[in-house]
Design a protein around this ligand. Structure first.
Ligand code: PGA
Length: 312
């Protein structure tokens, strides 16, 4: 059979089997009806047994026809998979990946990109780090591939995939009087001088929600526009703060005290998001798959111990 059967004939037979009609098969394949009939005749001759029976306008597959229909479906889906994997490999040899990260995500995003770039050296990657307002505006514009945020936006329809933990813990200078206290009550810590990120910061929102959720308010002593400025102010003894433990990635163990405060660390996640309805590029899909398959980058407190879990 193989020497006389063409790919085109199998394609025509598959369409007839699926659509139950010569007319519809010829329309779908942009062929004339006589061509379809002629090719079916040749295929039947090559196979040597009847494949279809026709009663009036109705077409039925014979048992052999059903087997052949199954075989052609398998051939086509194998070929589709092959074509897709070639296209993906080609797409991953060279391509572009455009990412946007909210401020605090800058502590881990470059590391993830570094590993991915080593795997796919032909891909040009750009990473923009910016504040929440700008990230939200960029998501709405939808010009980049993926966005790293601590909280998926509520008023934009997005697909959000959690990619890692984001514990927010209370930090103080190592010689702070509360550094060795256990289970410090929330009321007690609320009374400390707080150093806070700017309004609109996701970290700040999470801290404020935790306190107001327990009927408490904190009054920032100083408002500072970056995690690094907050860390400097903590070490200068100006107060305490709560930051993502990822913000300590490059600090020496013991440089900050992680206070043991009730309801902390606040357990959040980092998300990779993209606008709903968007078809991810081959490169962006490969990057997201890579993020989900890799080992967790664990944000360890300076003591080297994992923080106990608390509710967000
Ligand atoms: P931020 O956001 O850097 O604005 O605090 C991070 C987050 O949402 O956790």
């Amino acid at each position: 059979m193989r020497s006389h059967t063409t790919f085109r004939q199998l394609e025509i037979f598959e369409a007839i089997a699926r659509l139950g009609s010569f007319t519809r098969a010829s329309e779908e394949l942009f062929l004339t009806q006589p061509t379809v009939s002629m090719q079916m005749k040749k295929l039947t001759e090559a196979v040597g047994v009847p494949l279809i029976t026709q009663v009036g306008k109705k077409i039925h597959l014979t048992p052999d026809g059903q087997h052949l229909a199954q075989a052609t479906r398998e051939i086509f889906s194998t070929l589709d998979r092959f074509t897709m994997s070639v296209a993906e490999r080609q797409g991953l040899k060279q391509g572009r990946l455009s990412l946007v990260a909210i401020t605090t995500a800058s502590y881990f995003a470059p590391r993830l990109l570094g590993e991915f770039s080593r795997l796919y050296p032909g891909i040009d990657v750009s990473l923009r780090v910016t504040n929440k307002e700008q990230v939200l505006a960029s998501i709405a514009d939808g010009l980049d591939d993926l966005y790293f945020v601590g909280q998926p936006p509520e008023d934009i329809d997005v697909v959000a995939t959690p990619i890692m933990d984001n514990p927010i813990a209370v930090l103080a200078a190592p010689d702070h009087p509360l550094a060795r206290r256990k289970r410090i009550p929330l009321e007690r810590i609320a009374a400390e001088p707080w150093l806070m990120r700017e309004k609109g910061s996701g970290t700040r929102n999470a801290i404020e929600r935790t306190f107001t959720g327990h009927g408490l308010n904190i009054h920032p002593r100083l408002e500072l526009g970056s995690n690094e400025a907050i860390k400097q102010a903590i070490l200068a003894g100006l107060g305490i703060s709560a930051l993502s433990l990822h913000a300590l990635a490059l600090n020496q163990p013991g440089q900050f005290a992680v206070l043991d405060v009730e309801h902390f660390p606040i357990l959040r996640h980092w998300y990779a998001v993209y606008p709903a309805g968007r078809q991810l590029s081959v490169v962006a899909r490969a990057f997201l798959d890579y993020l989900l398959a890799r080992e967790e980058i664990a944000p360890l407190p300076p003591s080297g111990k994992r923080p106990a879990r608390a509710k967000a």
